[in-house]
Design a protein around this ligand. Structure first.
Ligand SMILES: C[S@@+](CC[C@H](N)C(=O)[O-])C[C@H]1O[C@@H](n2cnc3c(N)ncnc32)[C@H](O)[C@@H]1O
Length: 255
């Protein structure tokens, strides 16, 4: 009887175009291209190391990425860990660090995975530079956006980790610090075209084989400069396996 009533209620809802679900805590709508089984996917927040570390940086309020995009970074570091040679130090970089949350996640995860890393962090720490705003490309990014941070506060936030280097200034002016470094993983998160194109070309010959460049914002309609930069780069650099992810990120793996 109960299930007949339930079926009737749902039929009425469907008729008047209301979706009804049993509520699961901490869930919200996703587009229906995820398919009806999306609710069956494992809850990545329950994964022991990942859930704890991602939860911490999200709660710290210093990270623009949420669980979904942090999970991609988690997967990349786990992958690097399984391919490294014993005792080998690997070099990582984040360009576009802002308040330091994602770099904190990278460093804390590496520590927990017992990965020996050197992590290079780049940002103006004054937001987007006016000279980097290409007005024919950018639609929503303005000079000075993301300036509510500072070199000093990020340095203090990340100081508990060893082997972290923080460079202040436009990446175009500070990249020389890693001129001779063999990179294994680079997270590019500057949102805008000009420095992203520069960074892709800069890291091209510094990336190890099997190394990864992860671009944020590729699939976000607020950042048209990122797919433009990726398209131009991949069309002229065939040595990569490229993949667009449903998280809005783009993955480039060097052959
Ligand atoms: C979206 S925020 C980065 C968010 C950060 N990755 C996180 O997960 O919280 C974009 C950052 O790119 C930085 N940025 C923009 N142009 C840059 C450039 N030419 N060189 C270095 N950093 C730049 C901005 O200052 C800003 O902090």
């Amino acid at each position: 009887m109960k299930s007949r009533i339930k079926a009737l209620v749902w039929a009425i809802f469907r008729l008047i175009q209301i979706d009804a679900f049993f509520r699961k805590p901490d869930y919200h709508y996703v587009p229906d291209y995820f398919g009806k089984s999306a609710h069956k996917q494992m809850d990545i927040r329950t994964l022991p190391i990942f859930g704890e570390l991602a939860g911490q940086v999200i709660r710290d309020g210093r990270c623009s990425l949420y669980y979904d995009r942090l999970f991609t970074i988690h997967q990349i570091l786990v992958h690097l860990n399984s391919f490294r040679k014993t005792g080998e130090e690997i070099h990582l970089a984040e360009v576009g660090v802002y308040k330091g949350g994602t770099s904190y996640f990278i460093a804390s995860l590496a520590e927990r995975l017992d990965l020996k890393i050197r992590h290079h962090c780049f940002d103006t720490f004054e937001g987007h530079a006016a000279t980097d705003i290409n007005t024919t490309v950018e639609i929503s990014h303005m000079a000075g956006a993301f300036s509510d941070t500072s070199f000093e506060s990020v340095k203090e936030y990340l100081m508990k980790f060893e082997n972290i280097h923080i460079y202040k200034g436009r990446f175009q002016d500070t990249s020389h610090h890693v001129q001779d470094v063999h990179m294994n993983f680079v997270h590019l998160d500057m949102d805008i075209y000009e420095p992203t194109v520069f960074a892709l070309n800069f890291f091209d010959d510094k990336l190890a084989h099997g190394g990864v460049i992860l671009l944020d914002d590729y699939g976000f309609d607020t950042c048209p400069g990122i797919p433009k930069a990726v398209k131009e780069f991949t069309e002229t650099h065939p040595g990569y396996f490229g993949m667009s992810l449903l998280t809005g990120q783009y993955l480039l793996i060097k052959h």
